[in-house]
Design a protein around this ligand. Sequence first.
Ligand SMILES: [Zn+2]
Length: 452
Amino acid sequence: MDDVFAHIDAHAEDYISLLQRFCHQPSIAAQGVGMQEMAQMVKAELASLGANPELVDTRGGFPVVYGTLAGASNRTLSFYNHYDVQPADPLDEWDSDPWAAEIRDGRIWARGVADNKGNTVARIAAIRACQAVRGELPLNVKFIVEGEEEIGSPHLYNFAEDHPEMCAADACIWEFGGRDIDGRPQIHLGLKGICYVELRAKGARHDWHSSVATSVPNPAWRLVWALSTLKDQNERVLIPGFYDNVEPPTDAELAVLERIPDTERERLDNLGIDGFLQGLSGVELAQRDYFQPTCTISGFLSGYTGQGSKTVLPGTAMAKLDMRLVANQNPHEIYRLLRQHLDEQGFADIETELLGPGFPARTRFDAPIAKVVAETYTELYGQEPVIYPTSAGSGPWYQICSQFGIDACTAGVGHGRSQAHAPNENIYIDDFILGIKHIVAIMDRFAAVQAE
Ligand SMILES: [Zn+2]
């Protein structure tokens, strides 16, 4: 591997300038800016690797750039990445032009450099270095580079449904990864799911003088009463069946939770609160964070909410409910249980709409790819990675991997202050180069894993 690493060091400038070129091209899915150009740029790079790339139609969305490369072993590793980025605004909070990819203080500063172009280019560079030094790859590689991750991957189900053979792999390296705020490498083995619901109650035709409250129903009360049946004051969700598929952590999972560094004081200070719910801390808190679903009122709107008083009886009330789901919970089933519960509790009049269903996804701790990524992190970064059962974020892990039984794991070039989605997004150049080597090490090690 040393010869490949030496090649990577010798060609670092080439990889950095390729990353800068990627970052110069805006590709904002939310605004439809530069998407064709960026897809073509990714396609051209994959073509130069010999990956026979194609732009795969997603039935209404931006295309997926897909390419494959054959390698020495019959193992196949896929890379899931995305070529879209978040909008760059607020522009005046950037210290340099978000599309200039300026190099300063050992870092590259650009919108998308961490999320997700740095990782996309690191994977391309790793392949290029292997090919240049050895003339072949240790295993088969697939690139799945989508264009809608930042807007919730709305068409990726279509891609996976139309092309299961393109998703097929022995394991997948997820789009993001890197170091935490203290520089420790970290691994995430899944994502929480989500069931996002809007609830609406209606009363009189419009807001009315509140003197009529003697005899006219109040939709705000209706909604409050309905919401109060969803959760008790001990944080227990009361929707029958809600916890049916929630499993407690295994002993092995508990052992992993025990190794997560204690950042409680820092988190509490950040949050500006004195303690966590129910006084939780330590492993109990980690268990709640990573193995328990939530039921959160995210918004509530009704009546008069301006300055001073206005005596009205609201005509409507609306609430947003956000339920974060853990492994094996199905957002569509949870929505059905919520609807059934409201009906049974006498709230058939309350309208509900499922806005954002997302499946949770988990890779087991003893999955070969998790082991390979952890070992190679330890060897290259000089310290053992911190393992998290799931990430706080979400993404299409289920669509691309879990629904096909494919294990996935994170590995990447980001760090705790990469500022993804925010002004002054950045990565360290040293991490970028190390991340390229890490991908080479992962490919080598995973190629040697025996099929189960
Ligand atoms: Zn993102």
